[in-house]
Design a protein around this ligand. Structure first.
Ligand SMILES: NC(=O)c1ccc[n+]([C@@H]2O[C@H](COP(=O)([O-])OP(=O)(O)OC[C@H]3O[C@@H](n4cnc5c(N)ncnc54)[C@H](O)[C@@H]3O)[C@@H](O)[C@H]2O)c1
Length: 264
């Protein structure tokens, strides 16, 4: 039987990287996609080419069919090329995960530098739309009965008003709305659309959030989460793995909190 094929953006580190590893362990063919370079609009480092290569190496210990692809999710043509690469290599696409994301803020909305605000909206919302535009037709190119999965990462920020992160909240609320509507649009196609909404998870985005809030480090966010700890990226990836697989067949348009109770 041919392995299921997945494409994951934001794959160089954090939740995207943990999801690459989870799906590789399940025997998926995975195309790991990342911009793999810093974003000139943002003051903190993105995942690097060395990190992307390390994730691919680690995943190949579990599945031989792992590839890497450098693309900026803001660029629809680059995202379409990534989807084409997965289809050409492995004959189709079953799972697309939009995990690429960035954060900026730390000052009231009206004081955020416009290029940072644009980066937050364009990567976190347009990046998901760009992946949907390219990947959903590929998921639908599989013959029936399908079990295609379009997955996105929203955030507890989709439903909570987080001060000094207004553009991030707007983008993530947009992702939640997009997933609701896409789930309905895909209807009985056999392709579903779902998202997770993580709480504070131990990745470089959380370190940057700590800097924006003048906190000593990412661990300081544990205090605001009912579980009183930050989450491990693998705990979020575990739910994405479930959503990617057959067990989630009754779910579509769902935005699942994976947040240690943060949104409650
Ligand atoms: N860590 C948290 O606490 C948390 C909470 C809620 C939601 N999220 C969301 O989870 C997702 C993953 O974030 P993370 O925590 O793993 O952060 P991270 O910074 O560790 O990883 C993000 C990855 O996305 C890549 N990326 C950034 N811009 C890109 C672009 N334009 N094109 C392609 N790749 C790009 C980066 O290079 C990096 O490898 C994001 O959507 C984030 O908003 C994270």
């Amino acid at each position: 039987m041919t392995a299921r094929v997945a494409l994951i953006t934001g794959a160089a580190r954090g939740i995207g990287a943990a999801t690459v590893l989870r799906l590789a362990r399940q025997g998926y063919a995975v195309l790991a996609v990342d911009r793999a370079s810093d974003d000139p609009a943002l003051p903190y480092p993105m995942g690097g080419a060395d990190e992307l290569a390390a994730v691919v190496r680690a995943a190949r210990e579990h599945s031989p069919e792992i590839g890497e692809f450098v693309a900026d999710v803001r660029d629809p043509a680059a995202v379409a090329d990534a989807v084409a690469e997965a289809e050409n290599r492995w004959g189709g696409l079953d799972v697309a995960v939009a995990a690429a994301g960035v954060i900026a803020g730390g000052v009231p909305l009206w004081e955020v530098p416009p290029d940072q605000e644009r980066a937050v909206l364009e990567v976190n919302l347009n990046g998901v739309l760009n992946l949907a535009r390219a990947a959903v037709p590929a998921l639908l190119r599989r013959s029936r009965p399908r079990s295609g999965r379009f997955l996105a990462i929203a955030s507890a920020a989709a439903t909570r008003g987080l001060p000094m992160l207004a553009a991030y909240c707007a983008a993530k609320a947009g992702v939640a709305g997009l997933i609701h509507a896409l789930g309905v649009e895909l209807g009985d196609s056999g392709v579903t659309a779902n998202a997770v909404s993580p709480g504070s998870t131990d990745t470089p985005i959380l370190e940057e959030s700590a800097r924006l809030y003048d906190l000593s480090d990412a661990a300081a966010f544990a205090a605001q989460q009912p579980m009183r700890r930050v989450l491990d990226p693998d705990e979020v990836a575990a739910v994405l793995e479930f959503l990617a697989g057959p067990g989630s067949s009754a779910m579509t348009g769902a935005v699942v909190p994976v947040d240690g109770g943060l949104a409650l």
